[in-house]
Design a protein around this ligand. Structure first.
Ligand SMILES: [Zn+2]
Length: 727
């Protein structure tokens, strides 16, 4: 309705009908795509407001206030234009707009009369007040900042403080904090003490602390002393506290999370009426310089006059930063607070539920806190309490999640060492977060739409819920036990190994056939990502931020190593990397895997992770001849090649050939799988089979990275070529 009014008004104001139509189209584009063409402020995008996500937890109060406020403002704008347009519309011979306005405005007072003038004045006054209030809420109250201003802020931060990067700084070892959530007000107060210790071999004379600038900072002291200087623009605080090697100090802080003004994107959704999900990264002060604030994009850095980021990995800290947690969380009546660690005590005070969570063993210094009107589902499993906290109406997938979680604990624990916590919690968080799930030590945040509301009833589809649970549980080892040094390849150690964990759990739950389908999906992800990626592809063990490599290609490579080394040997090698005394690097991984691999497989370990090697595998022809003994002679003509950057590499490997009674592209499982030694070019394999196969496929379990260019257009076409009906 309001949009139509504005389009009519545009037609009235613009001298030419077609220009008016064009202006209308531009307006429509600005409504949804305005931010991407530089119209970032909500008052520049007609009738734009937060999209309230479909969620059983309901929208946040901030999103509702923003939506109602912005829509009311735009309704007034549309109404004012609707009134003004008829008065300004061209009548009779053409006059330019400016002349029209001047003339009509001069005529108005007489036409309106005294009462009309008063009414017009009142309407104009209301419009000014509404506009002013909207401007205040969207700009000052909301701390509005354009993307360009944010970039400038990041660049200035780096210019001012990059000198601190790499300087010795104390490390956090223990956090004790109370987190008081007030979901109804979208507020939280966090007060705590972070104990830090100088682990460096040299004394530290100044301790720098960063507090996120969107927090209300109530108090900040180090051993009871306020900062010697503070830089409010960047939230940087310097304490003149000398710490000799081994010295500890207590950083006490009090910060508040507040809902601010109105925003077109719905604003911060950490603390909401129902379905709070607040992370430590959001509220806990950090020691030292934060390189995560830096501008990453190379072109933007050049434009802002920043030096190019060095390719060299940062000097790795030999010991990972870990700390113990002692968290007391309180929340609104009717809600359940969830945090990582042992639940020591829970009680109600002033009607508000309180709970104290303690981690005995030091953990990766990140945690999440959730609070909602949850229903708790739990099983005791081999000494671990496995819990799922879900919306009361979202119980359908919970049994599957619990089963996947306990299977993951069994399978991954047997492979890589015991699960390190007494509890494993899965907490549902509202739809709209940009991840499917996120793993903290002992706690997994799992989104409503991508876990709890997924329909798993279609038996033909991949078991994505179990796969996601397995992936996040695998991070309890990869990321939270084995911790990477940081730098190129750290996502290989964290994400690719978690992908391998998925495969292990899906194999235990559903068998090898589902693993093959899972890996085929990951291979296609690599094929698509590779087609779109810019620049040369880095080796897998040096990957930085390309998900199609560390998820997609990595899954195929790990499945290949599983075939090459055998599951037991591979897992033993991986278990040797679960070190708490130091961080691990891709070189450590290589050393462990190569030491476990048979000599002839060692070169392949390097080919797959330190070079960029592709395979081309095809079944050219397959024939079946019945034998006198009732069995069948199957002759398979294979074509195989390996390339690196377009250059041919020799190939001499044992590959698998699967025999099928139906087209395997339909998802059927092989009748039998035979190992065949294959060389570059053509190989004819002679197989004696107990059953008569209708189809033959090379590499049926997707253990080699084979990206035929035609795959990228129609994956099933390549499958057909790779599996040939038997003559
Ligand atoms: Zn992951």
């Amino acid at each position: 309705m309001t949009k139509r009014d504005v389009l009519v008004a545009l037609q009235a104001l613009v001298p030419n009908r077609y220009v008016g139509l064009l202006a209308g189209a531009a307006l429509a584009v600005s409504m949804r795509r305005g931010a991407s063409i530089g119209l970032e402020h909500p008052m520049l995008r007609f009738a734009d407001g937060p999209v309230l996500p479909a969620s059983a937890f309901g929208p946040s109060a901030h999103a509702v206030a923003s939506f109602v406020g912005l829509m009311a403002f735009w309704a007034i704008v549309a109404g004012a234009l609707a009134v003004a347009a008829p008065a300004l519309a061209p009548r009779g011979p053409y006059e330019p707009l400016r002349q029209r306005v001047r003339q009509r405005v001069r005529q108005w007072p007489a036409r309106l009369g005294v009462g009309g003038r008063r009414r017009a004045l009142a309407v104009a006054g209301a419009a000014v007040v509404a506009g002013g209030w909207t401007l205040f809420q969207t700009t000052i109250a909301a701390d509005f900042e354009t993307a360009e201003a944010q970039l400038a802020w990041r660049a200035d931060y780096e210019r001012a403080y990059a000198r601190l990067d790499g300087a010795p700084e104390p490390r956090p070892v223990a956090l004790a904090a109370t987190v008081d959530l007030r979901p109804e007000a979208q507020e939280a107060d966090v007060a705590g003490t972070l104990r830090v210790v100088n682990r460096a071999a040299v004394p530290i004379d100044t301790v720098w602390v960063t507090v996120r600038r969107d927090l209300d900072l109530g108090a900040l002291t180090l051993d009871g002393v306020a900062p010697a200087r503070s830089d409010a623009r960047f939230g940087m605080h310097a304490f003149a506290r000398a710490l000799a090697p081994g010295d500890t100090a207590a950083l006490a802080f009090r910060v508040g999370v507040r809902s601010r003004g109105w925003s077109a994107d719905g604003g911060d959704r950490s603390v909401v009426g129902d379905g709070t999900y607040l992370t430590s990264m959001r509220v806990v002060p950090e020691v030292g310089y934060l390189s995560s604030y830096e501008v990453e994009d190379a072109r933007e850095r050049r434009r802002l006059g920043l030096p190019p980021k060095s390719e060299a990995p940062p000097e790795p800290a030999p010991v990972a930063t870990v700390m113990t947690l002692d968290l007391t969380v309180s929340t609104a009546p009717g809600q359940t607070p969830v945090a990582p660690g042992d639940l020591r005590q829970s009680w109600t005070e002033d009607g508000r539920p309180h709970a104290r969570f303690v981690t005995e063993a030091p953990v990766t210094p990140v945690f999440g806190i959730a609070s909602a009107r949850y229903e708790r589902h739990a099983v005791e499993h081999e000494g671990v309490t496995v819990e799922v906290y879900a919306h009361p109406d979202h119980g359908a997938n919970v049994p599957r999640m619990l089963h996947a979680a306990t299977t993951s604990l069994d399978v991954l624990g047997a492979a890589w060492g015991p699960y390190p916590h007494p509890t494993l919690r899965i907490a549902e968080v509202p739809a709209g977060w940009r991840f499917a799930a996120f793993a903290f030590p002992g706690l997994i945040a799992f989104t409503e739409d991508r876990g709890f509301l997924t329909d798993p009833s279609d038996a033909d589809r991949l078991d994505l819920i179990s796969r996601r649970v397995a992936h996040e549980v695998a991070h309890q080892w990869w990321g939270h036990t084995a911790r990477p040094t940081g730098g190129p390849g750290d996502v290989f150690l964290v994400e690719t190994m978690a992908k391998y964990g998925e495969q292990k759990v899906i194999r235990a739950l559903h068998g090898e056939g589902q693993v093959a389908r899972l890996v085929a999906y990951d291979r296609d992800r690599y094929a698509w990502g590779r087609a779109e990626a810019a620049g040369p592809e880095p080796p897998l063990a040096a990957v930085v931020d390309q998900p199609h490599l560390y998820y997609g290609k990595g899954a195929v490579v790990m499945n290949g190593l599983h075939g090459l080394l055998g599951e037991g040997t591979l897992d033993q090698a991986l278990a040797s990397l679960m070190r708490t005394d130091r961080r691990i690097s891709p070189d450590d991984w290589r050393e462990a895997i190569r030491a476990a691999a048979p000599p002839e497989a060692r070169a392949l370990v390097d080919d797959w992770t330190r070079r960029v090697v592709l395979y081309e595998l095809a079944v050219e022809r397959a024939t079946v001849v019945p034998r006198a003994d009732g069995r069948f002679d199957v002759s398979v003509a294979l074509h195989a090649a390996r390339t690196e950057g377009g250059r041919s590499l020799p190939l001499h490997e044992v590959l698998e050939v699967g025999l099928y009674d139906a087209d395997p592209t339909g998802g059927s499982a092989p009748l039998a799988v035979h190992a065949v030694r294959v060389r570059t070019g053509s190989t004819v394999a002679q197989i004696v089979s107990d059953v008569r196969p209708a189809f033959v496929a090379v590499d049926p379990f997707v253990r080699r990275v084979d990206v035929d260019p035609s795959d990228q257009v129609a994956p099933s076409g390549r499958e057909r070529r790779r599996s040939t009906p038997c003559a």
